[in-house]
Design a binder for this molecule. Structure first.
Ligand SMILES: [Zn+2]
Ligand SMILES: [Zn+2]
Length: 236
């Protein structure tokens, strides 16, 4: 019978979801003892009760019946010395570190399936699968919506009025963008293909740079005069 499926949880960063990542995972599993091949014996001898047959014949009236030998539990051999590795249990706990490849585009709730890395059942049969459930940590700068990314971009009042080159962070590094003159706060600029890749198609989402105009807190009297002059521009 096939072993049970197991699951475990992983938390990754948004950068890791964007680029894809390989993470080590240590699995503790019960495996057949290599020293004794699962017999639990370092030394054994032929069962004297059944002479190694594993079953005994009993006569009941005219019937002759065969029954499993109770001395050796039907194995035909009795353990004279238990296996040192497994203490006679026939299996050991093996801690195995494997590398899990998480492809680009993972989102919270995505699952990675590792075939045959799940549980096993005593008595053999193939192992079940291991499912890794992913959580993508929220990012301090980038907000994710599906495969699109939103980022607030602070700009100076002057840049917003006059236009200029501004730096916009993306998951693949900063890019320079030309801000047109007269940009309002809250205006969104689309950076095509700068979002998260689709897990299946690899097609990337977009990034939206959301302009936030910074207002200076302390202004000189000279700057104040200039601003009053600017204020007239609103009243035209
Ligand atoms: Zn053993
Ligand atoms: Zn026996």
């Amino acid at each position: 019978m096939r072993g049970p499926d197991l699951s475990t949880k992983f938390t990754i960063s948004l950068e890791e979801a964007f680029n894809g990542v390989t993470k080590p995972i240590t699995l503790s599993r019960e495996v057949v003892c290599r020293s004794c091949q699962g017999t639990g014996a370092e030394a054994s001898t032929t069962c004297s009760s059944c002479k190694g047959a594993g079953s005994v014949k009993q006569s009941r009236g005219i019937f002759r019946m065969s029954q499993p030998c109770t001395t050796c539990q039907g194995l035909g051999r009795v353990i004279t010395k238990a296996c040192k590795t497994c203490g006679g249990r026939g299996n050991t706990i093996s801690a195995e570190t494997i590398k899990v490849k998480i492809p680009p585009g993972a989102d919270t709730g995505s699952r990675v399936r590792l075939k045959g890395m799940g549980g096993t059942r005593s008595g053999g049969g193939p192992a079940g699968d291991l499912f890794i459930e992913l959580t993508v940590r929220p990012h301090p700068v980038f907000k994710r919506e599906g495969n699109n990314i939103y980022v607030d971009v602070p700009v100076t009042f002057t840049d917003a009025v006059l236009g200029g080159k501004i730096k916009v962070p993306t998951l693949s590094g900063d890019v320079t963008m030309t801000l047109p003159p007269g940009t309002d706060s809250g205006k969104k600029f689309k950076l095509k293909g700068k979002g998260i890749p689709n897990r299946k198609t690899g097609v990337r989402g977009d990034e939206f740079a959301v302009i936030k105009i910074l207002v200076p807190k302390n202004v000189s009297s000279k700057a104040k005069e200039a601003l009053e002059e600017i204020d007239k521009a609103y009243k035209r």
